[in-house]
Design a binder for this molecule. Sequence first.
Ligand code: SAM
Length: 196
Amino acid sequence: MLHRLKLSIKRILGQRIIGRIIGQIRGKKDLLELNFEDQKLINSIRKNKLTYLTIRKLVNLAKSCHLIEEKGLPGVFLEAGCALGGSSILIASLKAKERPLFVYDVFGMIPPPTKEDTKEVHERYRTIAEGKSQGLDGDKYYGYEENLYEVVQSNLKEFGVSCEEQNVLLVQGLVGLVGLVGRSRYRGEKAGLVAE
Ligand SMILES: C[S@@+](CC[C@H](N)C(=O)[O-])C[C@H]1O[C@@H](n2cnc3c(N)ncnc32)[C@H](O)[C@@H]1O
């Protein structure tokens, strides 16, 4: 019985490691689809441990930003949850500077999960709430930073993003889905999020 349990654990761990390696190889290949500047930016964001997103997700995000700007689509960017600001840096750097980017976050401890969330999410939250979570590559977990708002501001600045000049707005508060609300002062925008 114990032997079988050990084998299952080994198999799951093995699959996870293999999955991670395959993900990294795929990510590197995806990265080559971007121009050199974007590759450099993504590599630097990751090297500075500012994002939890995989390379593949970052590449998709970069491609979406370019597509939106190339097609001249109307609207704003709205990010729900930035942690240390890695994905915000990417969006802010690739979007047209006139187009606003709203970054919503509590800028503190991640809010507790709801009953709709999975058992794993609840377990993960327990670890975080008990102060036992670690950040990326053994860094301090971002949720334990006392001044996360300032940390994110400074991360953006380090990457040459000026919030004023590039229309980036950090909105602190607990975000809830409210369905579509009325048009805001940004023409054409319809927001589905509110921060309390
Ligand atoms: C997975 S992290 C975001 C990762 C980030 N985009 C990156 O590049 O690494 C999720 C973030 O959303 C925030 N968050 C989760 N639920 C929230 C809510 N209801 N209101 C505000 N912020 C929330 C968390 O505190 C955390 O900073």
